[in-house]
Design a protein around this ligand. Structure first.
Ligand SMILES: NC(=O)c1ccc[n+]([C@@H]2O[C@H](COP(=O)([O-])OP(=O)(O)OC[C@H]3O[C@@H](n4cnc5c(N)ncnc54)[C@H](OP(=O)(O)O)[C@@H]3O)[C@@H](O)[C@H]2O)c1
Length: 233
């Protein structure tokens, strides 16, 4: 896909990985709409239009899609809701189940958005490295991420020639881990100390993989890992 002059909707585009994807797309000549529950958190961003919508609300999504259609690029990096961590046998089942808000958000976006996507359009979702290799305490993250990746593979044949792919990040330095602070940096350092690449990734490093999947017309139904070697560590 030649990006210049295209239009993109990015859910979760107001922070972290999604915001970085918005900036790269804008710099490539794309009309960019960044969407989240509280888009003001992105601040003033030249060339990025901000819209408010909760991916868990189908009616609100339908209204937004009808207003913005047609578009060529549909991305969701929205975390969706809370993420449960800790040993599965000690976890509140409600917390485990609530982690699936991320999956329901993604499936809402794809279900309601694909009909407005141009025929050569491209969808990218964001899973997470525990989907392929879970460490103790990551049963919820692994289950949700695995479901996101399998969902993408399952529907790729249904929506062709439109394409759908997933990026799977390892530990990435974003506001998902709270506001910038020494505490956040120490936590990220500890979490990546045994990886092949012993640091957290940057949002831009993950966003570049999103752009690759949008641009490359020969890729569909696959997952690209950008994880600092998490899977081999
Ligand atoms: N950072 C990591 O280490 C890491 C690792 C593996 C996977 N991931 C995945 O990567 C994706 C992006 O994460 P990130 O690190 O960039 O997180 P982030 O900086 O916290 O950004 C999350 C974005 O999602 C939006 N969002 C959350 N719930 C939403 C909802 N219900 N409706 C609409 N928008 C919603 C947030 O805005 P509002 O709060 O305004 O809605 C925000 O724009 C997520 O799917 C995350 O699970 C991240």
């Amino acid at each position: 896909m030649d990006l210049d002059g295209k239009k993109a909707l990015i859910f979760g585009g107001t922070s972290g990985i999604g915001l970085s994807a918005c900036e790269l797309l804008r710099d490539s000549g794309v009309e960019v709409v960044a969407i989240s529950r509280d888009p003001s958190k992105a601040g003033e961003r030249t060339g990025i239009r901000l819209e408010k919508c909760d991916v868990r609300n189908p009616e609100s999504l339908e209204n937004l899609f009808a207003k913005e259609a047609p578009f060529d690029i549909l991305i969701s990096a929205a975390t969706g809701g809370s993420r449960a961590s800790g040993p599965f046998l000690k976890m509140e089942l409600s917390a485990y189940q609530a982690s699936f808000d991320k999956l329901w958000g993604y499936t809402n976006v794809v279900r309601l958005g694909t009909e407005h996507l141009t025929e050569q359009g491209s969808i990218v979702l964001v899973s997470g490295a525990p989907a392929r290799r879970a460490k103790p305490g990551q049963a919820a993250l692994a289950s949700v991420g695995g479901a996101v990746e399998q969902f993408s593979r399952a529907i790729a044949p249904e929506i062709a020639p439109r394409r759908i792919n997933v990026v799977s990040p390892g530990v990435v330095d974003t506001p998902m881990f709270g506001p910038e602070s020494d505490q956040r940096q120490n936590m990220l350092q500890a979490a990546t100390a045994k990886n092949l690449i012993q640091r957290a990734g940057t949002p831009e490093e993950v966003a570049k993989a999103i752009i690759f999947l949008v641009e490359n017309d020969f890729v569909t139904g696959t997952t690209v890992e950008v994880d600092g070697g998490w899977i081999l560590s």
